[in-house]
Design a protein around this ligand. Sequence first.
Ligand SMILES: C[S@@+](CC[C@H](N)C(=O)[O-])C[C@H]1O[C@@H](n2cnc3c(N)ncnc32)[C@H](O)[C@@H]1O
Length: 277
Amino acid sequence: MNYRHAFHAGNFADCVKHALLVWLLGAMARKPRPFFVLDTHAGAGEAVLDAGPAARTGEWRGGIGRLRDDPPEVLAPYLDLVRPAFAAVPSRYPGSPRLIRALLRPGDRLAACELHPEDAAALRRAFRGDRQVQVHQRDGWEALGALLPPPERRGLILIDPPYEAADEFDRLTAALVAAHGRFPSGVFAAWYPIKHRAPVRRFLTAMQESGLRDIVAAELWLRAPLDPVRLNGCGLLVVNPPYRFAEEVAPILDALLDRLGERGTGEGTALTRIVDE
Ligand SMILES: C[S@@+](CC[C@H](N)C(=O)[O-])C[C@H]1O[C@@H](n2cnc3c(N)ncnc32)[C@H](O)[C@@H]1O
């Protein structure tokens, strides 16, 4: 486990993932019945930006740094959650578990899984005494089998692996199929990197052939996805997207690209239906 998210916290890919995550949580909260969220690869919960790993890469400057300087209205639900930590000294950026927790209603629940001992310990500290959040230092892939289906029978599952292993897309495909088998009505959201097109195309084709239905992919790329060793863009694959996903997420992607894009270098966004309902 070499990947440490602290180096990348608040970068453009985090902003895309988190803005869409906030939209998904808002959609879950449209119905009064309590819901469960499983964050399979949760990270440390928060990162300091102006010291340590994030300061060393400076990636956040091309992500949340730009959104802070010029916040688009359509991103307000996401940026309003980020702003207090970002304005603090030292500046911080909340990870997925903190964003999720901020949008739970009384009665909703989060299970956050993180395998790295230091990050899991930080998560435990962050949520100590919080009865709506369970932190597990465990394998998130294995948790999909153990924690689904939830007793609430309503749930959002965020799968955000580090893509360190060469077969991570294959693992994700198999995990989605198995987890969907256990919890067919769950909303599954899986983040993926876009470096060059070939692996992404293979993944989306595998999802088309998986037998699962109702799948969309939301993507944003900063430059033409041609360099296989550079993170040129990212996507979120959603199985069972909530009502009006495409209509409401399209302007969010456009606003993100407007602030984060590199202008005229093959940048773009796409909302693609991978499998019909
Ligand atoms: C991309 S980061 C997660 C970022 C977080 N979801 C967010 O949005 O703020 C991936 C995390 O997965 C953790 N990890 C790696 N393999 C794991 C596994 N098998 N199960 C659970 N966590 C794992 C890494 O330590 C890392 O913190």
